[in-house]
Design a protein around this ligand. Structure first.
Ligand SMILES: [Ca+2]
Length: 507
């Protein structure tokens, strides 16, 4: 009897406290729903600042231009790694990827994150946000996550047994408010769809008119490849317009912040994969009509991890101590340096570090024996310009600006003045005039190395058979291999399927 009474009493207390907690939460929710903004984070894949509103020639991006006119455009925004998954890992945790041991591309997918770190979507959920991944009308539904720790797209998170990062897929509705949606705009990522997108374009970009950077060879294949990239950007821009239209139709445009970025730089020479400017510098536009006057440009340095921290601030959530990102809108926000790092990418082991300031780019290559053109298997399918320029290099037909990328080794250190040499053509690392500059930046890089060291050096790469596919292609499909070497995109999926079929036939 006594036991039963105690049990009833405990039940009563817990019911009471539960219901009063619920009540408090409901009241907060009601008021928050009115004041807290929805947030949409649009991540275009693999683009540098190659938009019309950033001054890129021969590309039309009316919707992003409008977003910039009504929002804030950042001219010095950078990712912390020039490849998808390490960059995305940093953004998901608001913390430099080296600090969380998530720096190796496509690795650690079965290893839980250290419990010291929490994905920012979980913090948003704890504060009452509905977190949404993807969009119903964009390529592959925009659902990519690609982070280097154990995770699931949808479901709860405790970091030990539950690893879900979002609540639901593809749709933002009024009843989800306040919501956070992350939408991937994948069309600009290299893929077998590039020709189709170009063919569908009502105004395909004219290869004869594109303006190539001086480190690219002026060759018809290079020009066509560049034009196709701009076609994808135009398609991606129309996706942005479609999402804004949906917000307006649903009556949520006034209370929704929209953030637009590239998740790493453009997929071409010196871009994605490299610590040069086109690899690290990304477009960043923030639309927040309730708070920010449109048409502003900010030239101060920001890093992608700062976007994560800013989102928490927009949602009135305290930024956790562990984050290396800072809110770009806090009063004392200021950065002198970007710290970039490049590590494993598929089968290519690498270790390079960079510090970028408004004026300087310093790159330290700890593995100079690994060339920039590392013949990486996956890239062989998707880099027509590399094939063409590699041949020109072998024939001694590239100028000094163009051939640096194809040399058998990298310099141990590189130093560029971004103001006078934006294409990074003149490495000043050995110029005695700049000894002081390089010493300072070298020291700064070493200081970041120590500051961001995770204390964990293990990693487990995802199983990858790219090099075997290339070997098979060379041996079994020499004509197709020759087409690829001549700068034709022969179709990645098609040949992966043929390769898999050949394995089956053997067994
Ligand atoms: Ca990417």
């Amino acid at each position: 009897m006594t036991k039963r009474l105690i049990f009833s009493f405990i039940t009563c207390i817990s019911t009471l406290s539960c219901s009063s907690q619920n009540k408090v939460k409901t009241m907060q929710d009601n008021s928050d729903t009115l004041t807290r903004p929805n947030i949409i984070w649009l991540m275009a894949e693999d683009i540098s600042t190659d938009l019309e509103c950033y001054g890129m020639a021969n590309v039309k991006t009316p919707f992003l231009n409008k977003m910039a006119e009504e929002g804030i455009k950042f001219s010095n925004a950078f990712v912390t790694n020039p490849i998808c998954s390490p960059s995305r890992s940093a953004m998901m945790l608001g913390t430099h990827q080296l600090k969380t041991n998530t720096q190796h591309h496509r690795s650690n997918r079965n290893i839980p994150l250290s419990t010291a770190y929490v994905p920012f979507t979980e913090l948003l959920r704890n504060a009452g946000y509905t977190t949404i991944l993807g969009h119903h009308s964009v390529l592959q539904k925009g659902r990519k996550i690609d982070v280097n720790f154990k995770h699931e797209p949808i479901g709860p998170w405790d970091g030990k047994e539950q690893f879900g990062l979002f609540d639901k897929y593809d749709n933002f509705e009024k009843e989800d408010q306040p919501f956070f949606a992350q939408i991937q705009l994948k069309v600009t990522h290299r893929g077998d769809w590039w020709d189709e997108i170009r063919n569908q374009s009502p105004h395909p970009v004219d290869p004869d008119k594109v303006e190539l950077p001086p480190y690219m060879a002026d060759h018809p294949v290079v020009r066509l490849d560049w034009a196709k990239y701009l076609d994808q950007i135009e398609h991606m821009d129309s996706n942005v317009g479609m999402i804004f239209k949906e917000l307006e139709e649903k009556g949520m445009a006034d209370n929704t912040i929209v953030i637009f970025i590239g998740d790493n730089g453009r997929c071409n020479i010196k871009g994605k994969g490299y610590l040069y400017d086109p690899g690290l510098r990304i477009p960043l536009i923030i639309y927040y009509p309730k708070k920010f006057k449109g048409g502003q440009t900010r030239d101060d340095i920001v890093m992608a991890t700062d976007i994560t921290a800013s989102i928490l601030e927009f949602a009135d959530i305290e930024i956790p101590e562990f984050m290396t990102g800072r809110s770009m809108f806090s009063e004392n926000f200021h950065r002198d340096y970007v710290y970039g790092a490049r590590d494993l990418w598929d089968e290519i082991k690498e270790k390079s570090r960079a510090v970028v300031t408004e004026e300087w780019s310093y790159i330290r290559n700890d593995m100079p024996e690994v060339p920039y053109d590392a013949h990486q298997a996956y890239l062989e399918f998707f880099r027509p310009s590399v094939h063409v320029m590699r041949t020109l290099y072998q024939e001694s037909n590239l100028n000094d600006y163009q051939k640096a990328f194809f040399e058998p080794r990298k310099p141990k250190e590189e130093l560029y003045n971004l103001k006078q040499d934006p294409y990074q053509l003149f490495n000043l690392a050995d110029d005695p005039k700049y000894t002081k500059v390089i010493e300072k930046l070298r020291k700064q890089t070493q200081s970041f190395d120590r500051m961001m060291y995770s204390g964990q050096d293990y990693y487990e790469p995802v199983n990858y058979n790219g090099p075997e596919i290339i070997k098979w292609l060379k041996q079994e499909r020499p004509a197709d291999y020759a087409r690829m070497k001549a700068g034709e995109e022969i179709g990645y999926k098609k040949f992966v399927n043929l390769y898999n079929q050949s394995l089956k036939d053997k067994n």
